[in-house]
Each structure stands twice: as structure tokens, then as C-alpha cells.
Design a protein around this ligand. Structure first.
Ligand code: NAD
Ligand code: LMR
Length: 331
């Protein structure tokens, strides 16, 4: 029997991430090969011509699962009944900027977006914020969607996780599939904490396989923290295809139960978290999806003293970002 249609909204749909993302969604990579979908493509009014071109190309692919396409800039009507909302639309940073330098321009986008979502989206809508700085933008969105559960709002740190997996695999001269249990703690920024302490290589602690603590504490962490800037310096534009791939993987992890004893990285509400992070932040934790569909922060990981110090820094930065947008937060 055919499954009921799921509606997926993408903001920033005329941008570079969306240009690789939308076609993968239409092909079934996001929600599965048996899930019919409607795509609601949203961008600014000035980008509507470009959106129409994207819609033409989607039609020209004749994707079997893609049943409906809507394009435009009207948030309330385009969020109507959506089950998944991907908030990609926002300015990217340029060379020499930190992601939080975008707060002044991008923060307000998430007030309007969340208010519209709150009015018209399906009540169980899952919201992934990608536009930077994604943790704090997600916090803003949560504050302005009082009728939607905050546990359905997420900010993306999967790209950082994938970057960390690659670095560990390259150092240990193993396949990326040999690396597991990698988590990112904190902010999607240069203070993020890629966790080498709990990471595993072929089922053994990565610290036992790599046996180079100086590299793990130094080059490894910095490489992952600064990889976004490195891509911008090389490409002249921020990462797009790898971001799009990370969006797909984030949803697969959210929607498919996580194998026993494993986790993945996602920034979620810090509400009642088991690691002592203050309330009212969007913080990246190791997470797992239960059979029931509930997402849980993976509990009980013992903390290494070095990582604990680093986590204190990323927590401090998120608190600072929150104070920078205090005027955009409710309550
Ligand atoms: P882009 O400039 O190519 O596209 C952004 C699109 O958003 C543009 O088409 C623009 O018109 C649109 N837009 C701007 N304001 C909007 C609004 N209010 N409503 C709807 N659309 C709006 O940028 P990109 O490379 O696609 O990156 C998008 C965002 O994603 C940036 O903020 C970037 O920094 C961020 N990003 C995050 C990650 C992550 O891992 N979290 C990774 C890569 C990029
Ligand atoms: C990334 O990590 O590649 C994105 O957040 C883009 C950026 O500004 O670094």
C-alpha cells in the first residue's frame, strides 16, 4: 500500500546547498525509497525566478516519489502541513569571518520562519536548522514556536562528525567505515569539541590505536574546528555538497533506530540533559534514536578531563551567543 504523502519544506532553496540537497530528497534519500513526497521550496522574493528553474529541473528528472512541488516566498502558506522543515536559508560567512558574525544578519530570519511554522506546519514537524550560526539560530526558532515541541528542533553538527571520522581514519590508515562512536559536543563553531576519547577504530578505543595524544589534542581538534573556514579559503564559497550529505545523514539517523551502544551527533535542546549543560541552549551531544522514535541524549559517558575543559569553552561561547540575541528571544 502506498504511504501517505510527506511534505518537506526547504528554505534557501535557490542557494548552493539546496541545489545538491533537493534532488537527493526527491530521489528518496531523505525519507526512504517508499515514501512519496511533496517539496515546498522557499527563498526570498528576488530568488523566485531561480526557484522556478529548480522546479523545472526537478520535473525534468521525473522522480517517481516526487508528487508535488510548490515554490515561493510566502512562509505561512508554504509551511502549511509540512512534516519536515529544513532551514537552510541564511547568509553564509566569507573568508576571515566566524559563524557568529552572521548573527546580526541571520538571527531575525529564524524569528519569522519559526512564527510561520508555528501557525501552519504539522504539529509533529521536525525542524533542522542549517543556516549559521545554526545552534543559536535554532534556539531563536524554538523560542518563537511555542506550539511546537522543542524536542523536534535540531541544529546540524553531522558535517563536523563526518569531518572528524575522516581525519581519524586517515591518521590510523583505516577505512572511514572502521571508525565509529565519534561525537561532536557543543557549538558548530571553532570551539566545537570533536570527541576522540570515546571514538573507536575497529571496535577499540581510537586513543589506543592512534597512540598520539598530542595529535589528538592538537591538530585533530583544530582541523575539525576550522575545516569550514579551510573549505571557504579553497573554494571561495562555503561547503555545500558535504553539507547536503550531512543533512541527509542527520535525517536517516533521526528516523532509523540507532544500533545498540552507538550514537550520532546532533545539536538539541539542553533541557534536562545528563551532562550538566545549562538549560536553554542548543548544544551538540551524542544522541540516539530509540525504537519508539524518541530521540535521547546518549547517557552515562565518562568525561575525560581534557575534553571537559574544552566543553566548558564551547558552552561559554553558546551562552555568549545567546546574550547577543537576547532581544530576539522570548521570556
Ligand atoms: P547560499 O547563499 O548559496 O544560499 C542561501 C539562500 O538562502 C539564498 O538563495 C538566499 O536567497 C536564501 N535566503 C536568505 N534569506 C532567506 C530567508 N529569510 N528565507 C528564505 N531564504 C533565504 O548559501 P548556502 O551555501 O546554501 O548556505 C546556507 C547557510 O547554511 C549559510 O548560513 C551557511 O553558513 C550554512 N551552512 C551550515 C552548515 C552546517 O554544517 N550547519 C554547513 C554549510 C553551510
Ligand atoms: C561549514 O562548516 O562548512 C559551514 O558551517 C560553513 C562555514 O561557514 O564554515
Amino acid at each position: 500500500m502506498t504511504k501517505p504523502l510527506k511534505k518537506v519544506a526547504v528554505t534557501g532553496a535557490a542557494g548552493q546547498i539546496a541545489y545538491s540537497l533537493i534532488f537527493r530528497i526527491a530521489e528518496g534519500d531523505l525519507l526512504g525509497q517508499d515514501q512519496p513526497i511533496a517539496l515546498h521550496l522557499i527563498d526570498l522574493p528576488e530568488a523566485e525566478g531561480s526557484l522556478k528553474g529548480v522546479a523545472m529541473e526537478l520535473n525534468d528528472c521525473a522522480f517517481p516519489l516526487l508528487k508535488e512541488i510548490k515554490v515561493g516566498s510566502q512562509l505561512e502558506s508554504l509551511f502549511e502541513g509540512v512534516h519536515y522543515a529544513l532551514f537552510v536559508g541564511a547568509k553564509p560567512r566569507g573568508p576571515g569571518m566566524e559563524r557568529k558574525d552572521l548573527l546580526a544578519d541571520n538571527g531575525a530570519i529564524f524569528v519569522k520562519g519559526a512564527q510561520a511554522l508555528d501557525k501552519t506546519a504539522d504539529r509533529s514537524v521536525k525542524v533542522l536548522v542549517v543556516g549559521n550560526p545554526c545552534n543559536t539560530n535554532c534556539l531563536i526558532a524554538m523560542h518563537h514556536a511555542a506550539n511546537l515541541p522543542r524536542h523536534n528542533f535540531f541544529a546540524m553538527t553531522r558535517l563536523d562528525q563526518n569531518r572528524a571520522v575522516f581525519q581519524l581514519a586517515e591518521k590510523a590508515k583505516v577505512a572511514t567505515t572502521d571508525v565509529s562512536h565519534v561525537a561532536i559536543w557543543g557549538n558548530h563553531s571553532a570551539t566545537q569539541v570533536p570527541d576522540f576519547f570515546h571514538a573507536q577504530i575497529r571496535g577499540r578505543p581510537a586513543i589506543d590505536i592512534i597512540q598520539d595524544r598530542a595529535w589528538l589534542e592538537g591538530d585533530f581538534i583544530q582541523k575539525v574546528q576550522k575545516r569550514g573556514a579551510e573549505v571557504i579559503a579553497a573554494r571561495g564559497k562555503s561547503s555545500a555538497a558535504s553539507a547536503s550529505h550531512a543533512i541527509i545523514e542527520t535525517f536517516r539517523s533521526l528516523l532509523v533506530p540507532t544500533p545498540q551502544g552507538h550514537w550520532y551527533s546532533l545539536a538539541v535542546s539542553s533541557h534536562k540533559n545528563p551532562y550538566g549543560i545549562p538549560e536553554d541552549l542548543v548544544f551538540s551531544f551524542p544522541c540516539r534514536s530509540l525504537e519508539s522514535g524518541v530521540l535521547e541524549i546518549y547517557p552515562g559517558l565518562a568525561m575525560d578531563a581534557f575534553l571537559e575543559q574544552k566543553i566548558a569553552l564551547t558552552k561559554k561561547e553558546l551562552i555568549e551567543e545567546r546574550s547577543l540575541v537576547a532581544h530576539l528571544l522570548k521570556g
